[in-house]
Every structure is written in structure tokens, then in C-alpha cells.
Design a protein. Structure first.
Length: 317
């Protein structure tokens, strides 16, 4: 009992150390209160022994994010949770603030940019009719029958003027899933994760309001916890196709130039293994490496006899 009391007192201190920062942020949006959320945080820690093993600063950061996003940790609402997860990079357990699909929808509507938003998956045996970006689609299904496998997901948001419709095909969903930090969440809740992915992408087209930064912050937290999904796969596929064409033409300088033009984020996804949503075979990756060296050699600037380096070389994932 003494050891338990000591442990609980220690975690009380950990939680209450962030009270000043929490209250400073919470006063700005007045959506959550320290009195309630500190209680829910301690409740979560006591119920999940794995949270005791998490780095202290990650627990504190997660609690502060509750204030910044304005989603309660009340388990009855199921908007957000404190979840322990092992970080391979830091080699320690870390606490993450995991925002649910319901939580993301709540934040989206409270920004004022949209009146409501819904997302749903489309199955093989459903009857789905897309009617344009600003028209409500027709989705007929038998919720009690065999709907078949998921073939896509769509999102409809109602603004003050029109409907805004976005869709993601199953092929794109597979690529988004491949970019996740862990497949465990997708394996357990594939449809919910698909709907969340669609809402995240659709939100980029919604009208901006003074509270839009709150939604953006919530999406940033989701991406940090679950993995950043690359939304513009069409652009990514275009880059990959152009690079493959240069490889076929044996144009090393052309390949090197295209690679340097891509962003770090694009490079990260382009370089993934094909089984994880990447685009290049091992032979093509070898050619790209050699092309980067060739481009580097051709474009090195010599200033006062000193070589100034240009592109960094890629590393195998």
C-alpha cells in the first residue's frame, strides 16, 4: 500500500505540474476545464498500468493537447484517449493523445466552417452514385446483409451554402494505411480509420474560420500519433512515373534533378518498399542512388576551393 500511495502521489505531481499551462490555454477557447480533465487524466493513468511506464514529458504534452484541441478525456464521450505506445526511435514508451473519429467530427463542426459532416465506407454490394463535388451522393445499402469488402470511402460536409463531397478509393486507402506508424489501429478499426482519413483530406477544402487552427491542430495530433498520411497521391504517382521514364531512358542527370525537386515528405513515401506503398524496385533504387551521386558531382559548386554539397543521399527504409 505504501508503494501504491507513493506511485499515485508521484503521478499526481506529474499531472498537476502542467496545470498553469493547461489553464492558460483552456481560458482561450473555454471548451474544457482543468478540474474535470485532470480528474479524467488521473483516472486513465490509474486504469492503465502501461501509462505508468511512459515518459513523463509525453504524458504532460498529451494533457496540454487536451486544452489546445478542446476535446474532453471523459470516457463516456469517447472523443479522445491517453494511449501508451512504444517509440522505436526513442526506445521508450510514450503517451499519445489519440483522437477518435467522433472527436474529429466534433472539432470539425465546432469550428463553424461546416454545419455537419458525415463519412461512410462504400462496400462492393452497395449501390453508390456520385453526383459531383457539391451534390449529396446517393448511397443505398442493406445494413443487415452481406455488403462485401470495402471499395472506398466518402465524406459529405454541409456548409452554409452547399454540400462538399470528397472520396478516397480503396487503392488510395491502402497507400494511406501503408504510411501509418502502426497497422494495429487499422487492423482493429479499418472502417473508422478510413472515415477519419477521408475527413482529414476533405477538411483542406472547407471554408476557413477563426477557429480553423483548432481543427488543424487536432489533425496534426492525429498524424503524429497514427502516422502522417500523404494526401496528394496523384502528384506522387506523377513524380514516380517521371523518374521511371528517366530511368528507362538511362538519364541519370534527369533522375537526379527530379529527385532533388521533390520535398522531403515526398521522398519519404516514394522510397518506401513496394509492399508498404512505395513505387520503386531495388534495381530502380540503386539507379536513383547512382543518379543522385552523378547529379551531385555535376552540380557541385567550388567556392574558393571548397566543395559546397547540394542534395543529401537517401537512406534505405
Amino acid at each position: 500500500m505504501a508503494e501504491e500511495s507513493k506511485s499515485l502521489k508521484t503521478w499526481d505531481d506529474v499531472v498537476y505540474d502542467v496545470m498553469p499551462e493547461f489553464e492558460r490555454i483552456a481560458r482561450q477557447n473555454q471548451l474544457v476545464t482543468w478540474e474535470k480533465e485532470s480528474h479524467f487524466a488521473m483516472q486513465a493513468i490509474k486504469k492503465n498500468p502501461s501509462l505508468y511506464e511512459c515518459a513523463v514529458d509525453t504524458i504532460q504534452s498529451s494533457i496540454i493537447n487536451v486544452a489546445a484541441i478542446g476535446l474532453t478525456l471523459n470516457p463516456a464521450d469517447q472523443y479522445a484517449y491517453l494511449v501508451p505506445e512504444y517509440n522505436k526511435a526513442t526506445k521508450q514508451k510514450e503517451c499519445q493523445l489519440r483522437i477518435s473519429f467522433k472527436g474529429l467530427v466534433k472539432v470539425a463542426t465546432e469550428t463553424g466552417a461546416i454545419l455537419w459532416v458525415k463519412a461512410d465506407v462504400v462496400k462492393q454490394n452497395d449501390d453508390f452514385e456520385y453526383r459531383g463535388m457539391t451534390e449529396m451522393p446517393i448511397h443505398r445499402m442493406n445494413p443487415f446483409g452481406d455488403r462485401g469488402d470495402t471499395i472506398g470511402v466518402y465524406c459529405v460536409a454541409k456548409t452554409h451554402d452547399v454540400y462538399l463531397v470528397d472520396m478516397i478509393s480503396i487503392d488510395e486507402l491502402k497507400k494511406i494505411r501503408a504510411c501509418a506508424k502502426t497497422d494495429a489501429i487499422w487492423s482493429q478499426w479499418p472502417d473508422e480509420m478510413a472515415k477519419k482519413a477521408c475527413i482529414k483530406r476533405a477538411s483542406k477544402q472547407w471554408p476557413k474560420t477563426e477557429m480553423s487552427s483548432r481543427l488543424h491542430h487536432a489533425i496534426d495530433v492525429v498524424n503524429q500519433v497514427e502516422g502522417t498520411d500523404f494526401d496528394d497521391f496523384a502528384e506522387l504517382e506523377e513524380y514516380a512515373s517521371s523518374i521511371k521514364t528517366r530511368i528507362e531512358e538511362d538519364d541519370q542527370l534527369g533522375v537526379g534533378e527530379l529527385w532533388v525537386e521533390t520535398t522531403d515528405k515526398q521522398k519519404e513515401y516514394l522510397w518506401k518498399a513496394i509492399t508498404k506503398g512505395g513505387f520503386f524496385t531495388q534495381a530502380e533504387k540503386t539507379y536513383i542512388r547512382e543518379s543522385i551521386i552523378e547529379w551531385h558531382s555535376a552540380n557541385t559548386e567550388v567556392i574558393d576551393g571548397e566543395a559546397e554539397e547540394e542534395p543529401a543521399q537517401v537512406e534505405e527504409n
